[in-house]
Design a protein around this ligand. Structure first.
Ligand SMILES: [Zn+2]
Length: 280
């Protein structure tokens, strides 16, 4: 399958993380991860789709029965590190130890065959590309950790938009980006997806159809959570503006996702996409 048909594959995925675990005293706030995960699974069920959950190891440790439920519904569990530390803050050895720990938590929760990886905040760049070899050595087959654009945080512009096998043997499937004004942004998920008007996303989808690549999307439990308390999210440098953006338009997400499906896109797990639709 090539061309326009491939472009209608939507690799909608969840980065399954619990931001409370990264804050001192964070567990004083309401537990929301199971309820939000169920909301995503109900939405997927309604449309008859399976997706990949890039799971933080410490979430699998805390919610093993949730992981079992995700697996029993036919979704894929992949790895989003053990403690959600960006790659630039780790040595290859520290990274390896962290991933091994996460695999222990996954196995204990019933996820024995974890093949996929996503770096926190797309922190796999040219500088941290050693991570591909570590992942390969640990038995991973693919990664979706690169933001192929200039970005104030992390980005690897020269990687390009197409999935490709890296020197280590790992297949890297870079995040979808699109031009909005002067910026090239990952509009398919997270804060950008919440911020952008539905009509603008629809226009981006139409433009996407001229590519040879699947559409990638990444969502977090909090992206749809209208019941979460207000607190300063970790990892955003105490920025009031970013924190406001963390809460913006959460109630619009399912409506926009329905629009993508109504435009003929179908959701697959990454493993299913690689097995059945990707020819390199
Ligand atoms: Zn994350």
């Amino acid at each position: 399958m090539k061309g326009a048909e491939t472009a209608k594959i939507y690799l909608f995925s969840i980065d399954l993380e619990d931001v409370r675990l990264w804050m001192k005293g964070g567990e004083q706030y309401k537990e929301r991860v199971p309820a939000n995960t169920h909301a995503y699974m109900n939405w997927l069920n309604r449309h008859g789709f399976k997706c990949t959950f890039f799971t933080v190891g410490e979430v699998a440790e805390k919610y093993p029965s949730l992981i079992k439920e995700i697996i029993s519904e036919g979704h894929e569990i992949a790895c989003h590190t053990n403690k959600h530390i960006t790659l630039d803050l780790q040595t290859p050895e520290e990274f390896r130890t962290d991933i091994e720990k996460s695999l222990e938590h996954f196995a204990r929760a019933g996820a024995m065959e974890v093949k996929g990886f996503r770096a926190p905040v797309f922190s796999l760049t040219e500088k941290t590309s050693w991570a591909h070899q570590v992942l390969y050595d640990l038995g991973f087959t693919y990664s979706t950790s690169v933001l192929p654009a200039k970005n104030p945080l992390f980005g690897w512009e020269s990687f390009g938009p197409e999935p490709k096998r890296t020197g280590s043997g790992i297949l890297e499937i870079p995040m979808t980006v699109g031009k909005i004004g002067p910026l090239n942004i990952p509009y398919g998920g997270g804060t950008y997806f919440r911020l952008l008007p539905k009509l603008l996303i629809k226009r981006k989808l139409q433009r996407h159809l001229s590519t040879q690549t699947p559409l990638l999307g990444y969502f977090h439990p909090y992206d749809i959570d209208t019941e979460q308390e207000r607190f300063m999210h970790p990892g955003i440098n105490n920025s009031m503006l970013y924190n406001r953006l963390m809460y913006v338009n959460r109630s619009s997400v399912f409506n926009k996702l329905d629009m993508i499906i109504a435009n003929g896109f179908s959701i697959h797990t990454y493993q299913n996409y690689i097995r059945n639709f990707l020819f390199l």
